[in-house]
Design a protein around this ligand. Structure first.
Ligand code: SAH
Length: 297
């Protein structure tokens, strides 16, 4: 890894960028909790880049693209703090404790997490530990998988004719089970539903939504490894969502809603690979605006 680190001129370029954008200094004894984006390292923010280039210690997650670590300063401590279901993983309390102790040693500590640190990522729990311990911290938001990952699949989260509401939910509660949610309210109130950590319970969730009145034939999609080079997209129906999710690689982000159909015209990544985009996916026959149905009752 050390051979891959940036040379002095490249490091200077990052410092120049930070200066031009008047980014805040990363002071010693601070913890920055930053989002790295969903996968593609290009989706890191300027603040995230600046944080990587200046940190003395970086605790990074399994979902963070390792090429980002090439931007670390020589000698920076790189600590894997991954937590993936079913694998050997660090305990949350250990991670939080390590953050506090490194900061107290006067290090610039970067906690680098996949997507956005405050979206289903336990970033809030870590920040609360820092707050409790009196360690100063900064939150650097990132592009969350449920937005950026779907954009890489050519699926816009909103379109005025499909939905005025988006619901983000997690299929994985703190106890590892499907959280107890008001499925009838979600089914009725939100034309577009984005599901994190939902591969395991996708079939069960789909059944609950259908039981609550959603059309079994409604479009849905599963985007595995979103924005990574091996991104794979399965367009399906609500009834088949469980099957599609089971076939997908992890991590996967799931979406249910009419706006999935817009991918036929907006799959810009597919177009780069030679796919022909539909000139007009948007007509009333193809795209049934259920938003009106749901919100006018
Ligand atoms: N904080 C992260 C989410 C962490 S929870 C964020 O804002 O994106 C982990 C879940 O995020 C995964 O189970 C999956 O549902 C989703 N996810 C994260 N990265 C992803 C990716 N590259 N492709 C698809 N889903 C992803």
């Amino acid at each position: 890894m050390s051979n891959d680190l940036l040379n002095a001129a490249e490091r200077t370029a990052i410092q120049r960028l930070a200066k031009a954008l008047a980014l805040p200094a990363f002071d010693k004894g601070w913890v920055w909790l930053a989002g790295a984006g969903p996968g593609d390292p290009g989706l890191i923010t300027a603040l995230g880049l600046h944080a990587i280039a200046n940190a003395n210690a970086i605790l990074y997650d399994a979902l963070v693209d390792k090429t980002l670590l090439k931007l670390a300063r020589p000698g920076a401590e790189l600590v894997y703090a991954g937590k993936r279901a079913g694998r050997n993983s660090c305990k949350q309390s250990d991670i939080s404790r390590t953050l506090v102790s490194l900061a107290r040693k006067g290090k610039r500590v970067l906690r680098l997490k996949g997507g956005d640190p405050f979206v289903f990522g336990r970033g809030a729990e870590e920040a609360l530990t820092l707050a409790r311990a009196g360690v100063p911290f900064r939150i650097v938001p990132g592009i969350t998988a449920g937005i950026g990952g779907l954009a890489y699949a050519g699926i816009p989260l909103t379109h005025r004719d499909t939905n005025h509401v988006v619901t983000f939910l997690t299929g994985h509660g703190a106890d590892g089970k499907l959280p107890k949610l008001d499925w009838a309210a979600i089914a009725k109130g939100s034309p577009t539903i984005v599901l994190y950590m939902a591969r395991k319970y996708a079939g069960e969730i789909a059944a609950k939504l259908i039981a609550a009145g959603r059309d079994a034939g409604e479009p849905a999609a599963v985007v595995g490894n979103a924005s990574f080079a091996d991104q794979n997209v399965r367009v399906t129906t609500l009834a088949e969502l469980g099957q599609a999710a089971a076939e997908s690689a992890a991590p996967a982000i799931l979406i249910v809603g009419e706006n999935v159909k817009l991918r036929d015209s907006l799959d810009w990544l597919g177009a780069l690979a030679g796919k022909k985009l539909a000139p007009e996916p948007y007509d009333d026959e193809v795209l049934r605006p259920i938003a009106h149905v749901l919100t006018s009752t």
